[in-house]
Design a protein around this ligand. Structure first.
Ligand SMILES: Cc1cc2nc3c(=O)[nH]c(=O)nc-3n(C[C@H](O)[C@H](O)[C@H](O)COP(=O)(O)OP(=O)(O)OC[C@H]3O[C@@H](n4cnc5c(N)ncnc54)[C@H](O)[C@@H]3O)c2cc1C
Length: 454
């Protein structure tokens, strides 16, 4: 029986995903040799994406701790190296109004403020560490597909502006076509600032190189296969060696090895998201949909699509992924995604697709991210569950884990006041967690049905 939730094809750590990002990876690379010895350090980080690297970077830069990062693949092998590259507001699925009802106005405002800060953090890291991340655009454009959809979007944008102090504005159908792009589905939309697009693999590679420069020791191809306790130390074993550490940070998000620690079991719902990228288009081809923005865009429906124009004229289009991650189910899913691309932008239906790939995003039962320490072992910290919006949220969460680790008292009930409440602590387990994929498919089926009538 597989140790993982999805088909084993989703966890081939020795194979880079065949993405456009891998094909255009930059020259910034950490040394990151595999672990081949038995080592000791202050903090061991499991997972080399934005969360783990941001935690390691901040622990080394600001607190000069001895940190090692163990990554099963290459740095950025996971979602951090294969996402859509939207650095945008999000990270949760509750929505602003539900958040205010559940957690109160001040906490909801604090959450969205943290999202804006998180975008600024990514921008600062890019500038301070001279990361060649190919930044593009200055807002996120959300397209409505029906009159009811536009009315809903307008209401939520007005609420976010008035109550949550977010920088949102409403755009009519004509203005939308004039300023951004057009599609037969387009019924107006909204814009949200701040947001920009980047090359996500270059950002994670740059972050890895910066963490290494600040003193973190990085080990690629070093999957943690066993985790034991030896007195006050954790002992993490890989195929080639081991690390003894006083504290551990779990930063594996959608690729979490639930078999490694019983506390992880059933706490998250990884969901596959897929992307296709076209060949470069000419200016005349782009004009067929009046495309005139470098800003990232989404179709604002429940099962959303996300898309953006890339610096070389290629077009990236992403959406829901396959049911189980096997090669055959992924192939069927890419066909569906391309059909949705053609439906949204029919004048580009003859444009060839050059790249297709997928990866895991991570949901929690309470529909907000999770930052905390294990209740039965406060020397283990975690951060996960960014609901498909981790470029800023994971980078920011890694920094918060570092801050908590150095400033906390060691008492599990001692929670930092600077963290918005809805992000703190381990989320509840999904009920009947072994059936997570079954009810995920049922939920997607239901959403598809709802969408058909809106
Ligand atoms: C297709 C797709 C599109 C997305 N689009 C966007 C977007 O446009 N904007 C946005 O903000 N977010 C997006 N996301 C989400 C975003 O990529 C993630 O939230 C973010 O990268 C999470 O970062 P992370 O460091 O927590 O996890 P990851 O980057 O997934 O890193 C976890 C790492 O843990 C490693 N690991 C697992 N088990 C072990 C082990 N036992 N030992 C050692 N290492 C281990 C894995 O190899 C992996 O590299 C997207 C995700 C996907 C998949």
């Amino acid at each position: 029986m597989s140790r993982w939730l999805y088909d084993d094809a989703m966890y081939r750590f020795d194979r880079p995903e065949p993405s456009y990002w891998e094909a255009t990876r930059g020259s910034q690379q950490p040394t990151a040799s595999p672990l081949t010895t038995n080592e000791q350090c202050d903090v061991a980080v499991i997972g080399g994406g934005y969360t783990g690297l941001s935690a390691a970077y901040h622990l080394c830069r600001d607190h000069q701790l001895d940190v090692r990062v163990l990554e099963a693949g290459h740095f950025g092998w996971g979602a951090s190296g294969r996402n859509g590259g939207f650095c945008s507001i999000g990270g949760e699925l509750l929505g602003g109004e539900a958040m205010v009802r559940q957690y109160g106005l001040e906490q909801a405002r604090a959450y969205y403020r943290s999202q804006v800060d998180a975008i600024q953090l990514v921008r600062d890291l890019i500038v301070d560490e001279k990361i060649d991340s190919l930044r593009q655009g200055d807002c996120e454009v959300a397209m409505a597909c029906s009159r009811q959809g536009f009315a809903r979007l307008k209401d939520s944008a007005e609420f976010e502006f008035r109550v949550l102090s977010l920088d949102t504005s409403v755009v009519s159908r004509d203005e939308f076509a004039e300023r951004f792009f057009d599609s037969p589905l387009q019924q107006g939309g909204i814009i949200i600032r701040p947001t920009f697009g980047l090359q996500p693999l270059r950002f994670v590679q740059g972050l890895a190189e910066a963490a290494e420069r600040r003193g973190a020791k990085l080990h690629a191809s070093s999957e943690v296969v066993d985790w034991a306790r030896d007195g006050s130390y954790h002992v993490l074993k890989t195929a080639g060696g081991s690390v003894r550490a006083k504290q551990v940070i779990l930063a594996t998000n959608g690729f979490s090895p639930e078999h490694l620690h019983q506390q992880l079991n059933g706490r998250s719902l990884p969901v596959i998201s897929s992307i296709v990228v076209t060949r470069p288009m000419t200016a005349d081809e782009l004009a067929l949909h009046h495309w005139r923005t470098e800003s990232p865009a989404i179709t604002a429906v429940k099962l959303l699509n996300y898309y953006r124009l890339l610096p070389d004229g290629r077009f990236l289009f992403g959406g829901r992924g396959s049911a189980n991650g096997s090669e055959s189910s992924a192939a069927r899913n890419y066909a569906g995604l391309i059909a949705r691309f053609n439906q949204t932008f029919p004048n580009w239906r003859k444009v060839e697709i050059d790249y297709r790939w997928h990866g895991l995003v991570c949901m929690t039962r309470r529909m907000t991210p999770a930052i905390g320490r294990l209740s039965d072992d406060p020397t283990v910290f975690f951060a996960f569950g960014y609901h498909g919006n981790g470029v800023n949220t994971a980078t920011w969460s890694g920094k918060q884990v570092a801050r908590w680790l150095v400033s906390g008292t060691g008492d599990v009930h001692d929670v930092p006041e600077w963290l918005p409440r809805m992000m703190v602590g381990m989320p509840d387990r999904f009920p009947l967690s072994s059936l997570r994929l079954v009810y995920l498919q049922a939920m997607i089926g239901a959403l598809r049905l709802v969408q058909r009538f809106h």
